[in-house]
Every structure is written in structure tokens, then in C-alpha cells.
Design a protein around this ligand. Structure first.
Ligand code: COA
Length: 256
């Protein structure tokens, strides 16, 4: 079904491997086509409860947008490419199901932007992060100027995007770009472990967490209003009754 992705479903977790290892999994048009299809599948298939994104091969998560597709683009086409990339990564960020990036090597340019659109980032010790677009006379175009600033703050985001410097997984951890760092051979297992923990929680509540957190920074305190609305929506659901009831009865909850 997919040209550029490998997928494996196990215990409700869909592991998705971006699979262009000879090009360090660079994001070309086919990859974006596949990612849109993937998000349709993720939303539609009740058997998929969470997603882990990773890269094929030992070297790269994703080494960026496919630069070979840039040469023929004019201004309008470039804007359309940027918009499509943003739309794709919004689909990931706004997914109703948790999506975790297992960053197993280079996460540069669009690769870093893809990782940042995921809800959580775990990295291997050999991972490297950066927004090197300035080296090409470009800027990030798939949401990076916004999400990097949100994740690491304005000063560090400016430095990374203006210098094009690559940083280690340890430095990415220090500045809050990644949540945890693991030895390369443990990354996928640890990612599955964290996802498995998330999947024991109420899926309805997890969905509301994603949407409310995504509303952070909206004008006029709209994110706070979103939190109120979604807090209210949790009440009276079977899920909430089970969670609260289980606590009061001193037993573990069983979410469906
Ligand atoms: N777009 C298209 N092709 C890419 C690519 C990208 N973003 N990143 C890597 N590749 C290709 C290389 O051209 C090479 O292809 P080839 O074997 O057909 O020549 C292959 O992937 C392997 O990459 P290579 O550069 O040989 O590996 P390396 O280990 O020497 O260097 C990087 C790794 C990541 C430092 C280097 O590939 C790089 O700088 N890539 C571009 C990063 C970038 O600027 N990303 C932002 C784009 S906006």
C-alpha cells in the first residue's frame, strides 16, 4: 500500500519506518503522499491505538526534505510545497492517537520538523538534530520556525536556525528538544514501553490532552478555554466513571 513506509502492528502500536535508507530517508513527494495516507489509516483503524515513527537504517531518522526536488521550484511552487508539508505535519500533531518519534540518527531540516510534530520524541545516543536550511540559503518550511521556538525557546531556536549547527542527542535533551535518550539498540523497545504505558490510560482522555496542549498559545487565552471545554467533555463518560470508580474502589482501571 505504501511506497516509502514499512508498517508493523503489534499490541495496538503501529511502528512506521520511513524507508529510503539510501537517501537517509529524505522526504520527497512520495513520502508525503504516504504520510497523508498513513494518517487516514491511523484515524480510521480502531486496531491502531498509537504510532511510533522511526527511520530505516542505522544512520538516519530523516535527513531532511529531499533537496533534489528543490532545484526546479519557483516561488509559488515552493510555497505550495511548504504548505503541503505543514498540512501533513498538522495531521500528525493533531492526531487523536498518540504519536511518538523514535529518532534513530540524523533528524535534520524536515526530519527535525517531522520529529517535532510528533507528541513525544525519544532519541538514540547517536542521533543528531539541526535545522541546516540556512546552508542552502533557505529557512525551515514545514513548521520548524514555530515548533522549534515552542519547544526550546526563542533564543535557542534562533541560534539553531541562524547557525545551521547540528547538535548531539545529549544537547537536544539538555535544551528540551527530546524527552529521553537511549542506547541505539534500546530505542525501539523503550519507545514501545512508553507507548504501552500511554495505551493503558483512557484513550478519550489522551485524545483530549493532545488537543488541549495543541491549543497552547492560541490568542486571547483560547487554549485555556479549550482546556475547560475538554475537561468538561471527559465528565460523565464511561471512561471517566471507570477511572474514578477504580480509584475509589482501590483497583486498577480497565479502559476499553
Ligand atoms: N535530500 C536529498 N538527498 C539526501 C539528503 C537530502 N536532504 N540527505 C542525504 N541525501 C542523500 C545524499 O545525497 C546521498 O545520496 P547519494 O548516495 O546518491 O549521493 C545519500 O543520501 C547519503 O548521504 P551522504 O551525504 O553521502 O551521507 P553522509 O554521512 O556523508 O552525510 C549528512 C550525512 C546528513 C550530513 C548529509 O547527507 C547532509 O548534509 N544532508 C543534507 C541535510 C540537509 O541539509 N537537510 C535539510 C534539507 S532542507
Amino acid at each position: 500500500m505504501y511506497q516509502t513506509l514499512l508498517t508493523a502492528l503489534e499490541n495496538g502500536i503501529l511502528t512506521v519506518t520511513l524507508n529510503r535508507p539510501d537517501k537517509l530517508n529524505a522526504l520527497n513527494r512520495s513520502v508525503f503522499d504516504d504520510l497523508f495516507l498513513l494518517m487516514d489509516e491511523v484515524e480510521a483503524d480502531p486496531n491502531i491505538r498509537g504510532v511510533i515513527l522511526t527511520g530505516a537504517g542505522p544512520k538516519a531518522f530523516v535527513a531532511g526534505a529531499d533537496i533534489s526536488e528543490f532545484t526546479s521550484l519557483g516561488k509559488e511552487e515552493a510555497m505550495a510545497l511548504s504548505k503541503r508539508g505543514q498540512d501533513c505535519f498538522f495531521r500528525i500533531e493533531r492526531s487523536s492517537k498518540p504519536i511518538l518519534a523514535a529518532v534513530n540518527g540524523f533528524a535534520l531540516g524536515g526530519g527535525c520538523e517531522l520529529a517535532m510534530s510528533c507528541h513525544v520524541r525519544l532519541a538514540s545516543e547517536n542521533a543528531k538534530f539541526g535545522q541546516p536550511e540556512v546552508n542552502l540559503g533557505l529557512i525551515p518550511g514545514y513548521g520548524g520556525t514555530q515548533r522549534l521556538t515552542q519547544l526550546v525557546g526563542k533564543g535557542r531556536a534562533m541560534e539553531l536556525m541562524m547557525s545551521g549547527n547540528m547538535i548531539s542527542a545529549a544537547e537536544a535533551y539538555r535544551i528540551g528538544l527530546v524527552n529521553q535518550v537511549y542506547p541505539a539498540d534500546a530505542l525501539l523497545e523503550e519507545s514501545k514501553k512508553l507507548m504501552a504505558t500511554i495505551l493503558t490510560k483512557g484513550p478519550n482522555a489522551v485524545r483530549h490532552v493532545i488537543a488541549a496542549v495543541n491549543a497552547c498559545g492560541s490568542p486571547n487565552d483560547a487554549g485555556y478555554a479549550e482546556e475547560v471545554r475538554r475537561f468538561g467533555e471527559c465528565f460523565g463518560t464511561d471512561e471517566m466513571k471507570e477511572g474514578v470508580g477504580a480509584f475509589l474502589e482501590k483497583r486498577n482501571p480497565r479502559f476499553s
